[in-house]
Design a protein around this ligand. Structure first.
Ligand code: URA
Length: 219
């Protein structure tokens, strides 16, 4: 099946999904959008108010900042694919619950398999946790990891930088590393492995002391 077809199916399935309680308050599911053949996949947390209204990811304030970040590396939304770990809005923008993350996991797995990106950028701690257990975002943001044959780069959620201005330049600097890491990922790329082991491939600067940043509400 072509990536477009799989992504279309996921969009239909999420629109009708009743696998978790988020469907009760859903206006529109937000399966994700962008280029089905992108070499880079961005994974956020979950839809907020505006995303739930429009059915599109990152259309609020955090999305505006994400557009700026993409522009800083000469990408537009049409070049990349953007999705979330949960496709329906958690009420009042609360954190997604473990059962909700688990219920939505098959959709994300199908999207990753269909797009087959060389690089996955996780935005915030929930999508980071999907690939890297026990990772601390303040220590590992902007570094690259290998997960199941793919490069994964954990980054702060753009909304975290809106809440905490000192993180803005951190996120901007992390984004500037993306083009080089995409190139590097192509050199090291191999077929996905069955074992989902995580190994660090690049260690860069020392962790920045931004204690408490990950406790921020990400919206
Ligand atoms: N925050 C997210 O994590 N995802 C969105 O789609 C919007 C805001």
């Amino acid at each position: 099946m072509k990536p477009e077809a799989v992504l279309g199916e996921v969009a239909e399935q999420t629109a009708a999904c009743t696998r978790c309680k988020l469907h009760f308050s859903r206006k529109k599911a937000v399966p994700g959008s962008g280029n089905p053949h992108s070499e880079i996949l961005f994974i956020g947390e979950g839809p907020g108010f505006h995303e739930n209204q429009q059915g599109l990811p990152f259309v609020g304030q955090a999305g505006k900042f994400l557009d700026e970040l993409l522009a800083s590396i000469n990408f537009t939304r049409e070049d990349v694919f953007i999705t979330n770990v949960v496709k329906c809005r958690p009420p009042s923008n609360r954190d997604p619950e473990p059962e909700e993350l688990e219920a939505c996991r098959p959709y994300l797995e199908r999207q990753i398999a269909a797009i087959n990106p060389a690089v996955i950028v996780t935005l915030g701690r929930f999508s980071m946790g999907y690939f890297i257990s026990n990772g601390k975002i303040s220590s590992i943001h902007g570094r690259s990891y290998q997960s199941n044959g793919r490069m994964v780069i954990p980054m702060y959620h753009p909304a975290a930088a809106l809440h905490q201005p000192s993180l803005r330049s951190v996120v901007q600097a992390d984004f500037l590393k993306i083009p080089e890491l995409i190139e590097k990922s192509k050199e090291n790329r191999h077929e996905p492995r069955v074992v989902d082991e995580i190994e660090e491939v690049v260690a860069e600067e020392a962790p920045i002391d931004d204690k408490g940043a990950e406790q921020l509400s990400l919206f």
